[in-house]
Design a protein around this ligand. Structure first.
Ligand SMILES: *Cc1c(COP(=O)(O)O)cnc(C)c1O
Length: 244
């Protein structure tokens, strides 16, 4: 089933690229395996998937160590607290949700040298979602400049998680604003000789990957369409989930 689902997601990505006149090789698929076990990752791996996204540090590290497969690429896409930076710097290849300098500094200091630089994106709060993580757009350049100077990180780009909306034109508009910020920051950084590997716009999930690709996403993070519905609410605290 995961095999079929992956094929349909790849077909959706290909169709979206065609509609946007983009080369499909410019959009990577990150399979978001949060809440699913290592068996699901193994199934996706058998179907050719290599990059996996996890939200929760403990759960992610458990899968990374259980699978112990250096051909897999692990991305932390959930929020990160400073007391967990070390274990993340030691186990993950990418971190998408950096939104404070302090977190970036700790990740850089704690990155094991033999693993090479940790790949990071800055999470930007594009639609001013009240409870949401992410740097405000007008503070993104200053943060990007500081993060780009850290020795053991490679700053790759931006990540966004817009509020879900049923209004397709609003959805596209927010994605387009994120893309515009991505381009502006990239130009400024480049002009200063910073962030030479700035190339990643992590944007789009199961529900909005088409509009994200139309707006210029280079990496879509897809969970539900690959692994099925998650067994429990995600992104809310355990107590909030149990009363929901
Ligand atoms: C869960 C999650 C996804 C995947 O969402 P789906 O709607 O299941 O595709 C993508 N990005 C982040 C940050 C997530 O937490």
């Amino acid at each position: 089933m995961i095999d079929d689902n992956l094929q349909s997601v790849r077909a959706r990505i290909a169709a979206a690229c065609q509609a946007a006149s983009r080369d499909p090789s410019g959009v990577r698929l990150l399979a978001v395996s949060k809440t699913f076990g290592a068996d699901a990752v193994i199934e996706a791996r058998a179907a050719g998937q290599r990059a996996f996204g996890e939200n929760y540090v403990q759960e992610g590290v458990q899968k990374v160590t259980e699978l112990a497969d250096p051909t897999l690429e692990w991305h932390l896409i959930g929020p990160l607290q400073s007391n967990k930076t070390r274990i993340v710097a030691e186990h993950f290849d990418w971190v998408h949700a950096v939104d404070r300098l302090k977190i970036a500094q700790r990740l850089s200091e704690q990155r094991p040298l033999e693993r090479g630089p940790l790949q990071v994106c800055l999470q930007v709060n594009m639609d001013a979602g009240a409870n949401k993580a992410g740097v405000p757009p007008d503070e993104a350049l200053a943060l990007a400049q500081a993060v780009a100077r850290l020795p053991h990180l490679a700053l790759r780009g931006l990540m966004s998680i817009p509020e879900p909306t049923t209004d397709p034109s609003l959805e596209l508009q927010i994605h387009q604003r994120t893309r515009a910020l991505f381009d502006t920051l990239g130009q400024s950084l480049k002009a200063q000789g910073l962030a030479p590997s700035w190339d990643t716009l992590s944007m789009g999930m199961t529900a909005d990957l088409e509009s994200a690709i139309l707006a210029g996403s280079t990496l879509v993070r897809v969970g539900t369409a690959i692994f099925g519905r998650r067994p429990r609410a995600v992104g809310v605290s355990a107590s909030a989930a149990s009363t929901a």
